[in-house]
Design a protein around this ligand. Structure first.
Ligand SMILES: [Fe+2]
Ligand SMILES: [Fe+2]
Length: 312
């Protein structure tokens, strides 16, 4: 019975995907005539409209379509913030991080929970990238192009993970999730420098560190299909953190700020999560962290390894 239910849900998910692809241009025309991704439409306004969408499949498809379209960027306009950003579906249920249990990756059920958690991160990452596009005016054109590219890549990651999740008989929304990523977006909503410091350079960079051990456990469990998706995500995420570093440094230069103490000040001011090893030094180097920053992380790692172990 469970198997039949799973297959029905999986088929319903794929038929929704197919229906959406076929109807995509009609939807643009019928529902959001002002959001058409053409050379006449402002991509920042379109990004805000996509951010408001509640259906994750539609949101991911439109984020990718927007980046692939010829668009115009109006850098100067400030848009009014709609209520209750971001648009998201009724499920997954959002709960406190501490109430989410870790599952073994040896079982299909455990890997489905993991894939769902990763898909939720990617759904939030689409929202975060779109938010950077519409929210902060007066940045160079390349800033918006970069974040539109990130939104499209996050949408691709979301699609890869939800397709794989469907092979386990589940859809996005089947398991609870937490809201830590969007919480940081809220805290930094009035400060583009803090957003660049604390979302791509902190939260997304933690993903670079987290990826290799997860990938290893998936491969050990024989799930090479899911491990291959993690490879694609890690490759792209290095680029996202690099973009964060690029614009963080650009903003520091423009304000004549030293990036190192500025980062430390912002991390404290906005209560960023404390950095903890092990760190993926190669990926972080490729993502634009400088040698002084990498040395500071190595010292953190070293200090943590010298702490006496907690009593059992
Ligand atoms: Fe991603
Ligand atoms: Fe990312």
């Amino acid at each position: 019975m469970n198997l039949i239910l799973c297959l029905m849900r999986r088929n319903a998910y794929f038929s929704r995907l197919r229906r959406f692809s076929a109807a995509r241009s009609d939807i643009w025309n019928d529902l959001m005539p002002n959001a058409l991704p053409s050379s006449d439409a402002c991509a920042r306004r379109a990004a805000l409209e996509i951010l408001c969408l509640r259906d994750p499949v539609e949101k991911a498809a439109r984020a990718r379509a927007l980046y692939e379209s010829a668009f115009r960027i109006d850098t100067d306009t400030s848009f009014a913030e709609p209520d209750s950003l971001p648009g998201r579906p009724d499920k997954p249920e959002l709960v406190a991080p501490s109430s989410l249990k870790r599952r073994s990756m040896q079982s299909d059920a455990g890997r489905a929970v993991l894939l769902h958690a990763l898909a939720h991160i990617e759904f939030n990452a689409i929202n975060l990238a779109l938010d950077a596009v519409w929210r902060f005016p007066s940045m160079p054109q390349d800033f918006y192009r970069d974040w539109l590219k990130v939104a499209a890549e996050e949408a691709y990651h979301f699609s890869l993970l939800t397709s794989r999740l469907a092979e386990f008989g589940h859809v996005y929304g089947d398991f609870p999730a937490h809201d830590g990523l969007w919480d940081m977006a809220q805290r930094t909503r009035n400060d583009v420098l803090a957003r660049m410091a604390l979302v791509p350079r902190t939260l997304e960079a933690r993903g670079l560190d987290a990826s290799p051990p997860i990938r290893k456990r998936l491969a050990q469990a024989g799930d090479h299909a899911s491990a291959a998706i993690l490879d694609i995500i890690l490759r792209d995420e290095v680029g996202h953190v690099l973009i964060g570093n690029r614009w963080f440094r650009h903003l520091c230069d423009a304000a004549n700020l030293d990036p190192h103490p500025t980062y430390a000040r912002l991390a404290e001011q906005y209560h960023a999560p404390k950095l903890r090893g092990p760190f993926n030094f190669d990926a972080r180097r490729d993502a634009g962290f400088d040698e002084a920053e990498l040395r500071a992380l190595a010292e953190l790692d070293e200090a943590a390894s010298q702490k006496p172990a907690a009593p059992l």
